[in-house]
Design a protein around this ligand. Structure first.
Ligand SMILES: [Zn+2]
Length: 251
């Protein structure tokens, strides 16, 4: 890790040619990552005097852009998860992933050299702009492609398709509750296996009883969403970009 403001002794080879060509140094835009992340190459800009300004400028000017969703694929082009643009650019910068655009894979230096188009979201830089990638392919084999979906009311609603798991009603989301199958007061935990979506009426009827005690049947045994379901949930939970479509069937 190179501390900020201290030029690395080697490197800047990849960016050097371009910088000389256009007189533009853009390599250091996400260099704050290299202090906590794993910078694997030496392409950190040695022109580090402006780092502070650049970093704070990017943060304030494009906070929203940096949180735009990016689809992450594994080596076999199977969708793994969504990440933020910020994280995507860090992965790209560290050489852990390549950006996929119109069938072409780009390394960070290559991506940096691409011009921005009208349809692109861009991260503004001091001397230009960086395209926001929509799809990223992880370079390494991912041993554990399983995604940990967060246990939230929203994701439970998606898993249970907005349907009461007792009576099957599909009212508006605000008329649905999250029900502990084994009530919390009796040791029931917050887990995919013990939480279901229920309508307010069923929730009230059931009270502090188990489904058996209340003589209510669950439509399905609640479980952690499977990988394919997880992918589906991830992709449906945000507005998908056209660039994601080829990968939607894969899950
Ligand atoms: Zn119900």
């Amino acid at each position: 890790m190179t501390s900020q403001g201290e030029p690395p002794s080697t490197g800047a080879k990849q960016g050097g040619g371009r910088a000389a060509q256009g007189g533009v140094r853009r390599d250091s835009v996400i260099s704050d990552s290299t202090r906590s992340g794993s910078a694997s190459n030496g392409s950190v800009s040695s022109h580090s005097g402006a780092n502070d300004d650049r970093q704070s400028g990017v943060r304030t000017a494009s906070g929203n852009v940096l949180s735009l969703p990016v689809l992450v694929l594994n080596r076999y082009f199977m969708p793994l998860r969504l990440t933020t643009t910020r994280r995507a650019l860090l992965l790209l910068y560290a050489g852990a992933a390549r950006a996929l655009d119109e069938g072409e894979l780009y390394s960070f230096p290559e991506w940096l050299a691409l011009p921005t188009r009208p349809q692109d979201d861009v991260v503004p830089l001091v001397n230009g702009a960086l395209r926001v990638p929509r799809v990223l392919q992880l370079a390494r084999y991912d041993k554990h492609p399983r995604v940990e979906l967060r246990l939230t009311r929203k994701n439970l609603l998606l898993r249970d398709e907005g349907r009461c798991q007792y009576c099957g009603a599909q009212p508006t989301p605000r008329d649905l509750n999250v029900d502990h199958v084994l009530p919390r007061s009796r040791g029931g935990r917050d887990s995919w296996e013990n939480l279901v979506i229920s309508c307010k009426r069923c929730n009230l009827t059931k009270g502090q009883r188990t489904p058996e005690e209340a003589n209510m049947r669950l439509r399905a045994r609640p479980s952690r969403p499977r990988w394919s379901t997880t992918t589906h949930i991830l992709l449906s939970s945000k507005h998908p970009y056209a660039e994601w479509e080829p990968f939607l069937q894969t899950g």
